[in-house]
Write a protein that binds this ligand. Structure first.
Ligand code: SAM
Length: 232
């Protein structure tokens, strides 16, 4: 999806987009944030592709300074309104690829959740580089990506033919979206200059896949990969 298409979702974001820090069902994001060693004072958070600001609303109080980066102007406008009471926030209507030049390597915690989705590998690399460019050495980055293994599990449960996901590209309502294997996520994170600490599953409800859960589906919830890594 491009910036224009994201903007069209601004008003219906909660309904049509998986806002993982609000929607995940097993408290995984909270556990990963707790492991990130945020300084007691003066901590800096950079949220890359912040959407309507849900992570900032939930965790912003732990930081002295927060930077929200989001390229869709109608979406960042909603984030600004929703986070009006959070102190110390600066907003950039910009791409994550170029954020390093504006912000510099200042983040104790950089988050980038469900933003690295573009099919083009060079564009994804530019996004990983953007994450590295805003994260200070010894700081952490928390990244959430769509899981290819989860996509394969969903297909199996629904009795679909296996395969058809060339290079992890999955057709979602006519738009190709990159899905990562666990190993690929680890490799991309490492190549961007991080030491990966932990990768796990952030489960979300079946309703986000447009399905009503049967007991069998309820026992096998879909998930995104969540990864925490330290900038080296
Ligand atoms: C699936 S939403 C996730 C929003 C938020 N991170 C969350 O977890 O709720 C993806 C967001 O990333 C933004 N986005 C996608 N590509 C971007 C880019 N290259 N630079 C900045 N923002 C981007 C979209 O506009 C959208 O708001």
């Amino acid at each position: 999806m491009n910036r224009k298409e994201w903007n069209k979702l601004a008003r219906t974001f909660e309904k049509n987009v998986c806002d993982i820090s609000r929607e995940e069902t097993a408290g995984q994001i909270k556990r990963y944030v707790a492991r990130a060693k945020i300084p007691r004072q003066g901590g800096v958070l950079v949220d890359m592709g912040c959407g309507i600001g849900t992570f900032i609303l939930q965790y912003g109080h732990r930081f002295a300074e927060i930077v929200g980066v989001e390229y869709a102007s109608d979406i960042i406008a909603r984030a600004k309104k929703r986070c009006a009471k959070v102190t110390g926030v600066t907003w950039h209507t910009a791409g994550v690829e170029a954020a390093g030049k504006r912000i510099g390597p200042r983040a104790d915690l950089t988050v980038c959740m469900n933003v690295i989705t573009v099919p083009n590998a060079a564009k994804r690399k530019a996004m990983w580089d953007g994450i590295a460019a805003v994260t200070k050495r010894g700081g952490h980055a928390l990244v959430v990506v769509a899981s290819l293994e989860a996509e394969q599990m969903i297909g199996k449960l629904l009795g679909e033919e296996p395969g058809g996901h060339c290079n992890g590209l999955v057709d979602h309502d006519g738009a190709l979206q990159k899905h990562f294997t666990r190993a690929e996520l680890s490799e991309d994170f490492s190549c961007a200059g991080f030491s990966v600490k932990k990768i796990g599953k952030a489960f979300y409800p079946w309703s986000k896949e447009g399905l009503r859960p049967t007991p069998k589906l309820r026992a096998n919830p879909p998930w995104d990969w969540v990864a925490l890594a330290e900038r080296v």
